[in-house]
Design a protein around this ligand. Sequence first.
Ligand code: HEM
Length: 442
Amino acid sequence: MTSLPPGPKESLLTTLRTTFHVARAPYQAMAAARARYGDPFTMTTINGTVVATADPALIREIFSNKDPDLYETFANAALTPFVGARSLLLLSGEPHRRERRLLTPPFHGERMRSYGQTIVEATRAAFSALTPGRRFVALDVGQQISLEVIVRAVFGVEERARIDAGSAEIRAAMDAALPIFMFGTVFHKAPLGLGPWARYVRRSAAVDELLYEQIARVRPSAHERDDILSMMIAARYEDGEPMSDGQIRDELRTLLIAGHETTAVTMAWALDQLHREPAALERLLAELDGCSAAPDELAKLPFLGAVVDETLRLCPVVEVVFRKLRRPLRFGGYDLPAGVSLTPAIALTHMREDLYPEPARFRPERMLERRPGPFEFLPFGGGSRRCIGAALASYELRVALGTALREWTLALHEPAPVPVVRRNLTLGPKTGVRMAMVGRRA
Ligand code: HEM
Protein backbone atom coordinates (compact mmCIF):
# COMPACT_ATOMS: atom_id res chain seq x y z
CA MET A 1 0.00 0.00 0.00
CA THR A 2 1.33 3.42 -0.91
CA SER A 3 0.70 6.57 1.14
CA LEU A 4 1.36 10.25 0.51
CA PRO A 5 1.83 13.14 2.98
CA PRO A 6 -1.19 15.48 3.41
CA GLY A 7 -2.08 17.89 0.59
CA PRO A 8 -5.08 19.19 -1.37
CA LYS A 9 -7.56 16.45 -2.39
CA GLU A 10 -6.74 15.19 -5.88
CA SER A 11 -9.08 16.32 -8.65
CA LEU A 12 -8.66 17.87 -12.06
CA LEU A 13 -9.80 21.21 -10.70
CA THR A 14 -7.33 21.30 -7.77
CA THR A 15 -4.52 20.17 -10.10
CA LEU A 16 -5.24 23.04 -12.48
CA ARG A 17 -5.62 25.50 -9.61
CA THR A 18 -2.34 24.38 -8.00
CA THR A 19 -0.54 24.56 -11.37
CA PHE A 20 -1.78 28.12 -11.83
CA HIS A 21 -0.75 29.18 -8.30
CA VAL A 22 2.67 27.58 -8.53
CA ALA A 23 3.31 29.17 -11.93
CA ARG A 24 2.16 32.62 -10.79
CA ALA A 25 3.42 32.86 -7.21
CA PRO A 26 5.50 29.75 -6.44
CA TYR A 27 6.79 30.84 -3.05
CA GLN A 28 3.38 31.89 -1.71
CA ALA A 29 1.69 28.75 -3.07
CA MET A 30 4.19 26.45 -1.37
CA ALA A 31 4.30 28.44 1.88
CA ALA A 32 0.49 28.29 2.09
CA ALA A 33 0.47 24.53 1.47
CA ARG A 34 3.14 23.91 4.12
CA ALA A 35 1.30 26.09 6.66
CA ARG A 36 -1.91 24.19 6.01
CA TYR A 37 -0.73 20.59 5.65
CA GLY A 38 2.56 20.44 7.58
CA ASP A 39 5.97 19.20 6.43
CA PRO A 40 6.34 17.16 4.24
CA PHE A 41 3.30 17.96 2.08
CA THR A 42 2.00 16.78 -1.30
CA MET A 43 1.13 18.94 -4.31
CA THR A 44 -0.06 17.85 -7.75
CA THR A 45 0.39 20.01 -10.85
CA ILE A 46 0.04 19.11 -14.53
CA ASN A 47 3.72 18.13 -14.39
CA GLY A 48 3.07 15.44 -11.75
CA THR A 49 2.91 14.90 -8.00
CA VAL A 50 5.59 16.31 -5.75
CA VAL A 51 6.30 15.62 -2.09
CA ALA A 52 7.90 18.82 -0.83
CA THR A 53 9.83 19.56 2.33
CA ALA A 54 11.69 22.41 4.01
CA ASP A 55 12.95 20.17 6.83
CA PRO A 56 16.78 19.98 6.73
CA ALA A 57 16.73 16.40 8.12
CA LEU A 58 14.46 15.22 5.26
CA ILE A 59 16.42 17.26 2.69
CA ARG A 60 19.56 15.50 3.91
CA GLU A 61 17.81 12.16 3.38
CA ILE A 62 16.92 13.14 -0.22
CA PHE A 63 20.35 14.45 -1.20
CA SER A 64 22.39 11.80 0.64
CA ASN A 65 20.72 8.73 -0.87
CA LYS A 66 23.55 6.87 -2.59
CA ASP A 67 21.46 4.55 -4.79
CA PRO A 68 22.49 5.70 -8.32
CA ASP A 69 19.27 4.36 -9.84
CA LEU A 70 16.77 5.81 -7.38
CA TYR A 71 16.10 9.10 -9.16
CA GLU A 72 15.49 10.01 -12.77
CA THR A 73 15.87 13.49 -14.24
CA PHE A 74 12.87 15.74 -13.91
CA ALA A 75 13.82 17.68 -17.04
CA ASN A 76 11.30 17.01 -19.81
CA ALA A 77 11.66 16.44 -23.53
CA ALA A 78 10.79 20.09 -24.21
CA LEU A 79 14.30 21.00 -23.06
CA THR A 80 16.02 18.81 -25.68
CA PRO A 81 16.07 21.39 -28.51
CA PHE A 82 17.70 23.85 -26.11
CA VAL A 83 20.46 21.70 -24.63
CA GLY A 84 20.64 18.58 -26.81
CA ALA A 85 19.77 14.98 -25.88
CA ARG A 86 23.21 14.24 -24.38
CA SER A 87 23.04 17.15 -21.92
CA LEU A 88 23.85 16.55 -18.26
CA LEU A 89 20.40 17.95 -17.45
CA LEU A 90 18.65 15.15 -19.34
CA LEU A 91 20.76 12.22 -18.12
CA SER A 92 20.05 10.02 -15.07
CA GLY A 93 21.69 7.10 -13.26
CA GLU A 94 25.02 5.77 -14.55
CA PRO A 95 25.19 7.92 -17.75
CA HIS A 96 24.69 11.02 -15.56
CA ARG A 97 27.39 9.96 -13.10
CA ARG A 98 29.81 9.25 -15.99
CA GLU A 99 29.20 12.68 -17.57
CA ARG A 100 29.54 14.51 -14.23
CA ARG A 101 32.89 12.86 -13.54
CA LEU A 102 34.17 14.22 -16.81
CA LEU A 103 32.73 17.73 -16.45
CA THR A 104 33.43 18.43 -12.79
CA PRO A 105 37.25 19.05 -12.76
CA PRO A 106 37.21 22.36 -14.69
CA PHE A 107 34.74 23.76 -12.16
CA HIS A 108 36.83 23.17 -9.05
CA GLY A 109 37.35 26.18 -6.81
CA GLU A 110 41.07 26.41 -7.57
CA ARG A 111 40.50 26.70 -11.30
CA MET A 112 38.33 29.78 -10.87
CA ARG A 113 41.44 31.90 -10.37
CA SER A 114 42.23 31.86 -14.07
CA TYR A 115 38.81 33.41 -14.84
CA GLY A 116 39.23 36.31 -12.37
CA GLN A 117 40.69 38.84 -14.78
CA THR A 118 38.06 38.01 -17.39
CA ILE A 119 35.32 38.77 -14.84
CA VAL A 120 36.93 42.07 -13.83
CA GLU A 121 37.26 43.14 -17.49
CA ALA A 122 33.69 42.16 -18.35
CA THR A 123 32.39 44.12 -15.34
CA ARG A 124 34.45 47.20 -16.19
CA ALA A 125 33.34 47.08 -19.83
CA ALA A 126 29.67 46.94 -18.82
CA PHE A 127 29.72 49.73 -16.21
CA SER A 128 32.14 52.10 -17.94
CA ALA A 129 29.69 52.29 -20.85
CA LEU A 130 27.17 53.98 -18.51
CA THR A 131 27.63 57.74 -18.33
CA PRO A 132 26.72 59.61 -15.09
CA GLY A 133 22.97 60.08 -14.78
CA ARG A 134 22.21 57.24 -17.20
CA ARG A 135 19.38 54.89 -16.18
CA PHE A 136 19.91 51.16 -16.63
CA VAL A 137 18.36 47.83 -15.75
CA ALA A 138 20.65 45.83 -13.44
CA LEU A 139 19.54 42.52 -14.93
CA ASP A 140 20.58 43.63 -18.46
CA VAL A 141 24.01 44.67 -17.21
CA GLY A 142 24.29 41.41 -15.24
CA GLN A 143 23.42 39.44 -18.37
CA GLN A 144 26.01 41.30 -20.40
CA ILE A 145 28.67 40.42 -17.81
CA SER A 146 27.68 36.79 -17.31
CA LEU A 147 27.37 36.17 -21.06
CA GLU A 148 30.82 37.59 -21.70
CA VAL A 149 32.26 35.42 -18.92
CA ILE A 150 30.69 32.31 -20.47
CA VAL A 151 31.83 33.17 -24.00
CA ARG A 152 35.40 33.78 -22.81
CA ALA A 153 35.98 31.47 -19.81
CA VAL A 154 33.74 28.57 -20.86
CA PHE A 155 33.84 28.71 -24.69
CA GLY A 156 37.39 30.11 -24.80
CA VAL A 157 36.73 32.88 -27.37
CA GLU A 158 39.56 35.43 -27.15
CA GLU A 159 39.28 38.04 -29.92
CA ARG A 160 37.08 41.06 -29.12
CA ALA A 161 35.22 41.00 -32.47
CA ARG A 162 34.36 37.30 -32.06
CA ILE A 163 33.31 37.77 -28.40
CA ASP A 164 30.91 40.53 -29.46
CA ALA A 165 29.57 38.69 -32.50
CA GLY A 166 29.12 35.45 -30.52
CA SER A 167 27.38 37.24 -27.63
CA ALA A 168 25.02 38.99 -30.05
CA GLU A 169 24.11 35.71 -31.76
CA ILE A 170 23.46 33.98 -28.43
CA ARG A 171 21.34 36.90 -27.23
CA ALA A 172 19.27 36.76 -30.41
CA ALA A 173 18.68 33.01 -29.92
CA MET A 174 17.71 33.55 -26.28
CA ASP A 175 15.31 36.33 -27.21
CA ALA A 176 13.71 34.04 -29.78
CA ALA A 177 13.24 31.26 -27.16
CA LEU A 178 9.76 31.96 -25.75
CA PRO A 179 9.25 30.68 -22.16
CA ILE A 180 6.31 28.56 -23.34
CA PHE A 181 8.67 26.43 -25.48
CA MET A 182 10.08 24.97 -22.25
CA PHE A 183 6.67 23.71 -21.11
CA GLY A 184 6.03 21.07 -23.75
CA THR A 185 6.93 19.81 -27.19
CA VAL A 186 3.38 20.65 -28.35
CA PHE A 187 4.58 24.25 -28.64
CA HIS A 188 7.47 23.23 -30.92
CA LYS A 189 5.51 23.63 -34.15
CA ALA A 190 6.39 25.66 -37.24
CA PRO A 191 3.47 25.52 -39.70
CA LEU A 192 4.83 26.06 -43.24
CA GLY A 193 8.24 26.76 -41.70
CA LEU A 194 6.93 30.00 -40.19
CA GLY A 195 6.20 31.44 -36.75
CA PRO A 196 8.10 31.83 -33.44
CA TRP A 197 9.32 28.23 -33.27
CA ALA A 198 10.80 28.43 -36.80
CA ARG A 199 12.50 31.68 -35.79
CA TYR A 200 14.00 30.04 -32.71
CA VAL A 201 15.21 27.03 -34.71
CA ARG A 202 17.00 29.31 -37.20
CA ARG A 203 18.66 31.33 -34.44
CA SER A 204 19.61 28.20 -32.56
CA ALA A 205 21.25 26.72 -35.68
CA ALA A 206 23.36 29.86 -36.02
CA VAL A 207 24.58 29.41 -32.43
CA ASP A 208 25.42 25.76 -33.16
CA GLU A 209 27.46 26.83 -36.15
CA LEU A 210 29.49 29.16 -33.91
CA LEU A 211 29.96 26.45 -31.29
CA TYR A 212 31.19 23.85 -33.80
CA GLU A 213 33.53 26.42 -35.34
CA GLN A 214 34.91 27.23 -31.89
CA ILE A 215 35.42 23.54 -31.04
CA ALA A 216 37.43 23.12 -34.28
CA ARG A 217 39.53 26.22 -33.55
CA VAL A 218 40.38 25.22 -30.00
CA ARG A 219 41.00 21.50 -30.61
CA PRO A 220 44.64 21.75 -31.90
CA SER A 221 45.85 23.72 -28.86
CA ALA A 222 43.45 22.42 -26.20
CA HIS A 223 46.24 21.03 -23.99
CA GLU A 224 47.83 24.52 -23.63
CA ARG A 225 44.68 26.44 -22.67
CA ASP A 226 42.66 26.81 -19.49
CA ASP A 227 39.12 27.53 -20.73
CA ILE A 228 36.43 24.97 -19.94
CA LEU A 229 35.96 23.95 -23.60
CA SER A 230 39.67 22.99 -23.81
CA MET A 231 39.31 20.86 -20.73
CA MET A 232 36.31 19.09 -22.23
CA ILE A 233 38.29 18.37 -25.39
CA ALA A 234 41.22 16.97 -23.37
CA ALA A 235 39.03 14.96 -20.95
CA ARG A 236 38.56 11.18 -21.26
CA TYR A 237 35.77 8.94 -19.99
CA GLU A 238 36.77 6.01 -17.78
CA ASP A 239 37.05 3.78 -20.87
CA GLY A 240 39.53 6.22 -22.47
CA GLU A 241 37.02 7.64 -24.98
CA PRO A 242 36.98 11.41 -25.64
CA MET A 243 33.78 13.46 -25.91
CA SER A 244 32.46 13.76 -29.46
CA ASP A 245 31.91 17.23 -30.96
CA GLY A 246 28.16 16.68 -30.61
CA GLN A 247 28.49 15.87 -26.91
CA ILE A 248 30.67 18.91 -26.34
CA ARG A 249 28.15 21.08 -28.16
CA ASP A 250 25.33 19.80 -25.92
CA GLU A 251 27.30 20.51 -22.74
CA LEU A 252 28.36 23.97 -23.92
CA ARG A 253 24.71 24.80 -24.51
CA THR A 254 23.83 23.33 -21.11
CA LEU A 255 26.38 25.51 -19.33
CA LEU A 256 25.11 28.54 -21.21
CA ILE A 257 21.46 27.92 -20.30
CA ALA A 258 22.18 26.89 -16.70
CA GLY A 259 24.81 29.54 -16.02
CA HIS A 260 23.89 32.73 -17.82
CA GLU A 261 20.58 33.95 -16.46
CA THR A 262 21.00 32.44 -12.96
CA THR A 263 24.14 34.47 -12.27
CA ALA A 264 22.75 37.66 -13.83
CA VAL A 265 19.53 37.50 -11.79
CA THR A 266 21.50 37.07 -8.56
CA MET A 267 23.67 40.05 -9.46
CA ALA A 268 20.57 42.20 -10.01
CA TRP A 269 19.03 41.11 -6.66
CA ALA A 270 22.28 41.80 -4.81
CA LEU A 271 22.37 45.37 -6.14
CA ASP A 272 18.70 45.82 -5.28
CA GLN A 273 19.01 44.51 -1.71
CA LEU A 274 22.24 46.37 -0.95
CA HIS A 275 20.80 49.71 -2.03
CA ARG A 276 17.83 49.20 0.30
CA GLU A 277 20.07 48.56 3.33
CA PRO A 278 22.43 51.54 3.66
CA ALA A 279 24.27 50.02 6.66
CA ALA A 280 25.10 46.87 4.70
CA LEU A 281 26.24 48.91 1.67
CA GLU A 282 28.40 51.13 3.84
CA ARG A 283 30.04 48.15 5.53
CA LEU A 284 30.72 46.56 2.16
CA LEU A 285 32.24 49.75 0.72
CA ALA A 286 34.53 50.06 3.75
CA GLU A 287 35.68 46.48 3.19
CA LEU A 288 36.21 47.08 -0.55
CA ASP A 289 38.17 50.28 0.08
CA GLY A 290 40.60 48.33 2.25
CA CYS A 291 41.54 45.95 -0.55
CA SER A 292 43.06 46.05 -4.03
CA ALA A 293 41.19 45.38 -7.28
CA ALA A 294 42.83 41.94 -7.62
CA PRO A 295 40.09 39.36 -8.19
CA ASP A 296 41.57 36.86 -5.77
CA GLU A 297 41.61 39.44 -2.99
CA LEU A 298 38.03 40.46 -3.73
CA ALA A 299 36.88 36.85 -3.73
CA LYS A 300 38.22 36.34 -0.20
CA LEU A 301 36.50 39.33 1.44
CA PRO A 302 34.25 37.96 4.20
CA PHE A 303 31.48 40.56 4.10
CA LEU A 304 31.31 40.52 0.29
CA GLY A 305 30.97 36.72 0.46
CA ALA A 306 28.21 37.14 3.05
CA VAL A 307 26.39 39.62 0.77
CA VAL A 308 26.40 37.07 -2.06
CA ASP A 309 25.22 34.24 0.22
CA GLU A 310 22.50 36.35 1.84
CA THR A 311 21.26 37.32 -1.66
CA LEU A 312 21.15 33.65 -2.68
CA ARG A 313 19.25 32.87 0.55
CA LEU A 314 16.66 35.62 0.30
CA CYS A 315 16.26 35.66 -3.49
CA PRO A 316 16.97 32.12 -4.71
CA VAL A 317 16.86 31.88 -8.49
CA VAL A 318 15.62 28.29 -8.38
CA GLU A 319 12.98 27.79 -5.69
CA VAL A 320 12.77 23.98 -5.72
CA VAL A 321 14.66 21.02 -7.12
CA PHE A 322 13.10 17.69 -7.99
CA ARG A 323 14.17 14.09 -7.57
CA LYS A 324 11.72 11.86 -9.44
CA LEU A 325 11.45 8.37 -7.94
CA ARG A 326 12.08 5.41 -10.22
CA ARG A 327 10.82 2.97 -7.58
CA PRO A 328 8.69 3.15 -4.42
CA LEU A 329 10.42 4.60 -1.35
CA ARG A 330 9.70 4.86 2.38
CA PHE A 331 10.24 8.53 3.20
CA GLY A 332 9.28 10.66 6.23
CA GLY A 333 6.96 7.93 7.52
CA TYR A 334 5.13 7.49 4.17
CA ASP A 335 5.33 4.82 1.47
CA LEU A 336 5.74 6.83 -1.71
CA PRO A 337 4.96 5.30 -5.11
CA ALA A 338 7.33 5.45 -8.11
CA GLY A 339 6.83 8.56 -10.27
CA VAL A 340 6.47 11.00 -7.36
CA SER A 341 9.13 13.73 -7.12
CA LEU A 342 10.86 14.38 -3.83
CA THR A 343 11.22 18.14 -3.66
CA PRO A 344 13.62 20.03 -1.41
CA ALA A 345 11.90 23.43 -1.20
CA ILE A 346 14.86 25.82 -1.35
CA ALA A 347 12.93 29.07 -0.90
CA LEU A 348 10.84 27.73 2.00
CA THR A 349 13.92 26.40 3.79
CA HIS A 350 15.67 29.75 3.38
CA MET A 351 12.71 31.50 5.04
CA ARG A 352 12.60 29.32 8.19
CA GLU A 353 12.39 31.59 11.21
CA ASP A 354 14.22 29.06 13.40
CA LEU A 355 17.24 29.03 11.05
CA TYR A 356 17.14 32.67 9.94
CA PRO A 357 15.54 35.04 12.50
CA GLU A 358 13.63 37.86 10.74
CA PRO A 359 13.94 35.84 7.52
CA ALA A 360 12.52 38.52 5.22
CA ARG A 361 15.30 40.96 6.13
CA PHE A 362 18.50 41.26 4.10
CA ARG A 363 21.14 40.85 6.82
CA PRO A 364 24.45 39.66 5.30
CA GLU A 365 26.09 39.57 8.73
CA ARG A 366 23.92 36.59 9.68
CA MET A 367 26.05 34.49 7.31
CA LEU A 368 29.13 35.44 9.37
CA GLU A 369 27.45 34.97 12.76
CA ARG A 370 26.34 31.41 11.98
CA ARG A 371 27.36 29.49 8.88
CA PRO A 372 24.27 27.51 7.81
CA GLY A 373 24.67 23.81 6.97
CA PRO A 374 24.32 22.40 3.41
CA PHE A 375 20.74 21.25 4.04
CA GLU A 376 19.73 24.63 5.52
CA PHE A 377 21.27 26.80 2.76
CA LEU A 378 20.89 25.18 -0.66
CA PRO A 379 20.71 27.75 -3.47
CA PHE A 380 22.67 25.35 -5.68
CA GLY A 381 20.63 22.23 -4.80
CA GLY A 382 22.58 19.24 -3.46
CA GLY A 383 23.73 15.66 -3.72
CA SER A 384 24.73 14.07 -7.01
CA ARG A 385 23.01 16.77 -9.10
CA ARG A 386 24.25 19.81 -7.16
CA CYS A 387 24.96 22.76 -9.49
CA ILE A 388 28.21 22.04 -11.27
CA GLY A 389 28.87 25.77 -11.72
CA ALA A 390 28.37 26.72 -8.04
CA ALA A 391 32.03 27.63 -7.43
CA LEU A 392 32.22 29.65 -10.66
CA ALA A 393 28.93 31.45 -9.92
CA SER A 394 29.92 32.33 -6.38
CA TYR A 395 33.38 33.51 -7.46
CA GLU A 396 31.97 35.49 -10.38
CA LEU A 397 29.35 37.19 -8.22
CA ARG A 398 31.91 38.25 -5.61
CA VAL A 399 34.40 39.55 -8.17
CA ALA A 400 31.81 41.32 -10.35
CA LEU A 401 29.92 42.93 -7.46
CA GLY A 402 33.17 43.84 -5.70
CA THR A 403 34.59 45.44 -8.85
CA ALA A 404 31.41 47.35 -9.68
CA LEU A 405 30.80 48.77 -6.21
CA ARG A 406 34.46 49.51 -5.55
CA GLU A 407 34.68 51.60 -8.71
CA TRP A 408 31.22 53.13 -9.25
CA THR A 409 28.44 54.73 -7.22
CA LEU A 410 25.00 53.54 -8.28
CA ALA A 411 21.48 54.52 -7.23
CA LEU A 412 18.36 52.40 -7.00
CA HIS A 413 15.26 53.65 -8.84
CA GLU A 414 12.65 51.28 -7.46
CA PRO A 415 10.05 53.02 -5.33
CA ALA A 416 8.65 49.73 -3.98
CA PRO A 417 9.89 46.17 -3.43
CA VAL A 418 10.39 44.45 -6.79
CA PRO A 419 8.01 41.48 -7.26
CA VAL A 420 9.43 38.05 -8.07
CA VAL A 421 8.24 36.54 -11.36
CA ARG A 422 8.93 33.35 -13.28
CA ARG A 423 11.36 33.86 -16.16
CA ASN A 424 11.96 30.79 -18.32
CA LEU A 425 13.48 28.22 -15.95
CA THR A 426 14.28 30.67 -13.16
CA LEU A 427 12.66 33.21 -10.85
CA GLY A 428 13.75 36.82 -11.08
CA PRO A 429 12.89 40.48 -10.48
CA LYS A 430 9.85 41.68 -12.47
CA THR A 431 11.39 45.01 -13.49
CA GLY A 432 14.94 43.67 -13.79
CA VAL A 433 15.82 46.23 -11.03
CA ARG A 434 15.96 49.80 -12.34
CA MET A 435 19.02 51.79 -11.36
CA ALA A 436 21.07 54.82 -12.39
CA MET A 437 24.79 55.43 -12.73
CA VAL A 438 25.87 58.20 -10.34
CA GLY A 439 29.54 58.21 -11.30
CA ARG A 440 33.01 56.91 -10.61
CA ARG A 441 34.08 56.65 -6.98
CA ALA A 442 37.12 58.65 -5.95
C1 HEM B 1 23.80 32.09 -9.07
C2 HEM B 1 24.00 31.22 -10.05
C3 HEM B 1 23.47 29.82 -10.09
C4 HEM B 1 22.48 29.21 -9.35
C5 HEM B 1 21.63 29.83 -8.25
C6 HEM B 1 22.38 27.85 -9.82
C7 HEM B 1 21.49 26.91 -9.31
C8 HEM B 1 21.39 25.61 -9.74
C9 HEM B 1 20.47 24.63 -9.20
C10 HEM B 1 19.51 24.87 -8.05
C11 HEM B 1 20.65 23.48 -9.89
C12 HEM B 1 19.91 22.16 -9.67
C13 HEM B 1 20.67 21.38 -8.61
C14 HEM B 1 19.97 20.16 -8.09
O1 HEM B 1 19.10 19.59 -8.78
O2 HEM B 1 20.30 19.73 -6.95
C15 HEM B 1 21.69 23.72 -10.88
C16 HEM B 1 22.15 22.76 -11.77
C17 HEM B 1 23.12 23.01 -12.72
N1 HEM B 1 23.85 24.17 -12.87
FE1 HEM B 1 23.66 25.87 -11.79
N2 HEM B 1 23.28 27.65 -10.83
C18 HEM B 1 23.98 28.81 -11.02
C19 HEM B 1 25.02 29.02 -11.92
C20 HEM B 1 25.54 28.08 -12.77
C21 HEM B 1 26.68 28.27 -13.64
C22 HEM B 1 27.52 29.55 -13.71
C23 HEM B 1 26.83 27.12 -14.36
C24 HEM B 1 27.86 26.78 -15.41
C25 HEM B 1 28.51 27.62 -16.15
C26 HEM B 1 25.81 26.19 -13.92
C27 HEM B 1 25.63 24.91 -14.42
C28 HEM B 1 24.72 23.99 -13.93
C29 HEM B 1 24.54 22.66 -14.48
C30 HEM B 1 25.29 22.05 -15.67
C31 HEM B 1 23.55 22.03 -13.71
C32 HEM B 1 23.01 20.61 -13.89
C33 HEM B 1 23.72 19.66 -12.95
C34 HEM B 1 23.23 18.22 -13.05
O3 HEM B 1 22.08 18.00 -13.45
O4 HEM B 1 24.02 17.32 -12.71
N3 HEM B 1 25.05 26.81 -12.96
N4 HEM B 1 22.13 25.02 -10.77
